[in-house]
Design a protein around this ligand. Structure first.
Ligand SMILES: [Zn+2]
Length: 249
């Protein structure tokens, strides 16, 4: 009787956790659960409709503010896996990545991809955008964005990701430390755009420090196709109004 009892206890304990996880309203990039409806799908998503500092944005007329460099410390980056979440292709980080921005340290949690790009620069969309998502010890967010432009050659940093690309939704493939080696940068980046924004997916939480790199690396047609095939549909939220915000560089 005892093992059965403890099994039942486990099920009873786990069930509320599962229920809580599935409480999050489903959303998508098309149709009745698409971006223009996100704010109505759940009270928790209301910022998607009501927020005044939403992302992504069309970056233009950036004001020259002589921004301080952002220190990247990705030398010890150890990835966990690459996952097809159905909304994106995401690399989860086990340990080792950090940036310093506004004299505060932010730790890299994951990075993921959107195709086509979410942010635009001077009204121009790019085929792929990576978002490197960091948090500080107050759980505030800083997202670093890289826009990729179409180019002839394979982008070497993306090769291990394309080789391990999980094609089916829900699939995950393990990654080793070497697979993100080319994302490792120990340098200070000075050329970037900076603005306040939000998560680009529900719940569209605001107060995110956005950093969009000015340098735009290339990627090959073959690599772009691999991302598009795994994603199966576009996963870019439409451009949001700037309202009272300013982009600095
Ligand atoms: Zn994103």
């Amino acid at each position: 009787m005892k093992p059965l009892f403890s099994l039942l206890t486990s099920i009873l304990l786990i069930t509320p956790l599962l229920a809580a996880a599935s409480d999050q309203a489903e959303w998508s990039y098309q149709g009745v659960k698409g971006p223009s409806h996100w704010g109505d799908l759940s009270p928790e998503y209301s910022t998607c409709n009501k927020g005044k500092n939403q992302s992504p944005v069309d970056i233009s007329n950036a004001v020259d503010a002589k921004l301080k460099g952002i220190k990247f410390d990705y030398a010890m980056l150890v990835p966990e896996n690459i996952v097809n979440t159905g909304h994106s292709i995401q690399v989860n980080i086990r340990s080792g990545g950090a940036i310093t921005i506004d004299d505060e340290k932010f730790t890299l949690k994951q990075f993921h991809f959107h195709s086509p790009s979410e942010n635009k620069i001077d009204h121009v969309s790019y085929p792929l955008e990576a978002h490197f998502v960091h948090t500080n010890d107050k759980n505030e967010l800083a997202v670093v964005s890289i826009l990729y432009q179409p180019g002839g050659m394979d982008n070497l940093a993306l090769v291990p990701l394309v080789n391990n690309m999980p094609m089916k939704v829900g699939d995950a493939n393990r990654l080793g430390a070497k697979d993100t080696e080319l994302f490792e940068r120990n340098k200070t980046v000075k050329k970037y755009f900076r603005f306040n924004g939000s998560l680009t997916t529900p719940p569209c939480t605001e107060g995110v420090r956005w950093v969009v790199m000015q340098s735009r690396p290339g990627l090959s047609k073959r690599q772009l196709l691999a991302f598009q095939k795994a994603l199966k549909h576009s996963n870019n939220r439409p451009i949001q109004p700037m309202n009272a915000r300013m982009v600095t560089k």
